[in-house]
Design a protein around this ligand. Structure first.
Ligand code: SF4
Length: 406
């Protein structure tokens, strides 16, 4: 008797997910099933409602869509979200999720990104990523130590909001996990979004814009544009477009008041120096006292924290409707920086406060789970070391402190 080796059976390709798609793409998905052109708007609207108002995870619940069409949808598509590879909950209620994205090809094991939820009594802020890794190399930022893997698609950006709402029970009829800290004002649990996770959002402009169109749509996720803050390290040529086409609140990773120092901390400064950046801020569409620009300033011991720096900061921002967030640096393994002493931060803050900027120091959140500023480092490059990384190291983004007001 001779043994035969069974021929390997290729695993079926996963069905494309509809989660995170925009209206035009949903229409295309129906068109591909042979739904007539005249029905496409209506069908896409129905699906939209189930996806983004109800958070449906199964086609079978979509009762406004006929049974036969639901079955065809389920045959061709899925409602899969990025997988939650790990979840950590801080003592202060901050939650951090490590999300594994679907593979994009045979050599992609599925990139991983981080997403952080910061609850307060009257709001819940979700910090999301726009890229896997980052091309920029801000020296105080842990993400800056990881190479850019790729831009996130618009759907992957939206999916972060969907997963957060799934995990928080933030859909009609759902409930939060036992003991979870969520806003208690009777409203939504995810009220604000900050694009401050991994990556430079203005280097992935089209996808960020398309994603924010989905997230702000009043018939679905319905997050107001003023409750979205886009944080940039200063991609000057894109700032005006961001204001006009995305219309979010703007945050600038400033961190220094002299070009010489900012060139080191935020190397993009060599291309777009402080004066050019601040000009772009002055001209940011819609900027006003009701729509102030947030300037993020990480406090680095002996580097940028002198009273002179504080006075220079105030001088530079004169005339720009601004908020200043002083961010106590949260060290990560391997960094050469230390956090400024508390006294120094207070002194700095006092100068800024006297110049008319209220409450400038942000309390670090999620320190026990390393979810704070500059610490959202994706483990894409270190998959095998995940368990250790989750506990000992950080995961890299630039700031979850600058929680948008309003
Ligand atoms: S601070 Fe932002 S732009 Fe700079 S390296 Fe980190 S993620 Fe990239």
């Amino acid at each position: 008797m001779t043994a035969t080796t069974p021929s390997p059976i290729a695993a079926p390709a996963p069905k494309p997910s509809l989660v995170g798609l925009g209206r035009a793409e949903l229409k295309a998905a129906f068109a591909a099933l042979g739904v007539p052109e005249r029905e496409l708007n209506m069908r896409a609207g129905q699906l939209w409602h189930w996806l983004y108002f109800h958070g449906a995870t199964d086609f079978s619940v979509m009762t406004t869509i006929g049974k036969e069409l639901r079955a065809r949808l389920a045959d061709a598509y899925s409602l899969a979200r990025p997988a939650v590879a790990a979840e950590q909950v801080s003592q202060d209620g901050t939650r951090k999720w490590l999300l594994r994205l679907s593979s994009t090809g045979p050599h992609d094991r599925g990139a991983e990104i981080e997403c952080v939820y910061i609850p307060e009594v009257d709001r819940g802020t979700l910090c999301i990523s726009s890229q896997v890794g980052c091309t920029l190399t801000c020296t105080f930022c842990h993400t800056g130590t990881q190479k850019l893997v790729r831009n996130l698609s618009a759907a992957e950006i939206v999916a972060q909001v969907i997963v957060a709402r799934d995990r928080l029970g933030d859909w009609p009829g759902a409930a939060p996990p036992d003991g979870a800290f969520v806003p208690s004002d009777g409203g939504r649990f995810v009220t604000n979004i900050v694009l401050m996770g991994m990556g430079e959002p203005l280097y992935n402009f089209d996808n960020v814009k398309a994603a924010m169109d989905v997230v702000t749509d009043g018939e679905g996720l319905s997050v107001g544009r003023r409750r979205i803050t886009l944080s940039t390290s200063g991609v000057v040529p894109m700032i005006e477009r961001a204001g006009e086409e995305i219309g979010a609140m703007l945050a600038i990773s400033l961190h220094a008041t002299r070009d010489e120092l900012r060139d080191t901390l935020v190397p993009l400064n060599k291309k777009y120096p402080i004066a050019t950046l601040l000009d772009a801020c002055r001209n940011y569409p819609g900027v006003s006292n009701a729509k102030r620009i947030t300037f993020e300033y990480v406090m680095l011991k002996g580097v940028n924290d002198s009273p002179r720096d504080a006075r220079e900061l105030v001088r530079l921002l004169k005339g720009i409707p601004a908020k200043i967030n002083l961010i106590p640096f949260n060290p990560w393994p391997g960094t050469k920086y230390e956090c400024s002493d508390w006294e120094t931060i207070e002194q700095f803050s006092e100068i800024v406060f006297k110049a008319g900027y209220a409450s400038p120091v942000r309390t670090p959140r999620g320190r026990d789970i390393l979810a704070a500023c500059g610490q959202l480092k994706s483990e894409t490059e270190k998959l095998r070391a995940r368990a250790r990384m989750m506990l000992e190291s950080g995961i890299g983004a630039e700031g979850i402190y600058a929680v948008a007001d309003g």
